[in-house]
Ligand binder design. Structure first.
Ligand code: SF4
Length: 324
């Protein structure tokens, strides 16, 4: 059976499908469910009933002509209002909901499609980034403006001479990356030689190209994986081999009893174990029923003075809001 990537598997699990997740994905799923609950409780207040629509495609139509579409992860409808939620399970923070074009399109098309919707709140839930929830409310006038804006973008993109502008932001989720000449040209420009070290301004351009190159490399590998899983001889000289197994000891009590019997003292066993902050946090959450900043404070006081910190080498990160 073809193995789906982590994000779609987590989305499937949220939609109620029976999927097998890794332990890391389970943690992301648990956090997403908690964030979703918090958001819904805040948005619904004391005012149910409401309707939930998951993973449904909404079409912008003019007459019988379908112009464009969007597929939010979750739409909750209550009266004349809708809540549109997008899950982002990756490690990179996406744009705040108020500046996020994808969510603007979703808000516009949901209001366009569902009868009687006049107000839409959009929210991004990103369990691995900070802030974990961002949201933005669209009023009727904003929704009308957003629909016109997205119509304009789609119209321009369909012009014969519409230029392709490759870059790490716009190409990140584009399925055409593996074959797009513009994206490839941008990356090819990385390897033009120069005897001079790059200026700081040129370095900024090169770093963007590095990000795009990594995205393209991964999309090429994904493409090869798809071909090879359908036909093991599809790519000359390459084959698919099973991924590495990661073993985690989960039944600590049982293991302790087995090492204690031949003489290992409890303190030696505890010294050989390690506990992740994630696991401790979810343990504390289960015991105390606390959440958010209260839970963080509890975790902080529990581990105070008991943590060893090691740091990897500094990472390069683009400043938010910096011009490309
Ligand atoms: S990969 Fe090509 S088509 Fe896709 S967004 Fe980038 S430039 Fe546009």
């Amino acid at each position: 059976m073809k193995k789906r990537q982590a994000a779609p598997r987590i989305h499937d699990a949220l939609a109620g499908a029976n999927v097998t997740l890794t332990s890391d994905e389970e943690v992301i799923l648990g956090t997403l469910r908690t964030l979703e609950e918090l958001l819904l409780a805040e948005w619904l207040g004391e005012d149910p009933p409401y309707r939930v629509i998951r993973e449904s495609r909404f079409w912008r139509k003019v007459g019988n002509t379908a112009l464009w579409s969007a597929k939010p992860d979750l739409v909750v409808v209550r009266g004349d209002a809708a809540l549109v939620v997008e899950y982002k399970t990756g490690p990179l923070a996406v744009e705040d909901a108020s500046a996020n074009l994808q969510l603007r399109a979703q808000a516009a098309v949901v209001a366009h499609t569902l009868p009687g919707i006049r107000r839409v709140t959009v929210a991004v839930l990103q369990p691995r980034c900070c802030p974990q929830i961002t949201r933005c409310a669209y009023q009727p006038r904003d929704l009308k403006k957003a629909l016109t804006e997205i119509d304009g973008i789609v119209t321009q993109a369909q012009w014969e001479d519409a230029p392709l502008r490759a870059g790490p932001d716009q190409c990140r989720y584009c399925p055409a990356k593996a074959i797009c000449p513009e994206a490839h040209a941008e990356v090819a420009a990385l390897v033009t030689t120069s005897s001079e070290p790059p200026t700081p301004a040129h370095l900024a351009v090169l770093l963007d190209r590095c990000v795009l190159a990594e995205q393209i490399i991964e999309s090429i590998r994904d493409h090869a994986r798809r071909l090879l899983s359908a036909d093991p001889t599809a790519v000359p000289g390459w084959r698919l081999v099973p991924g590495r197994n990661r073993e985690t000891i989960t039944k600590l009590q049982q293991v302790f009893e087995r090492v204690h019997r031949p003489g290992a003292p409890p303190e030696a066993f505890i010294g050989a174990c390690s506990l992740s902050k994630k696991a401790l946090k979810s343990l504390l959450e289960g015991v105390t029923r606390e959440r958010g900043s209260l839970l963080d404070a509890r975790l902080g006081s529990v581990i105070e003075g008991c943590v060893e910190v090691s740091q990897t080498r500094p990472m390069l990160e683009r400043c938010s809001g910096a011009a490309r």
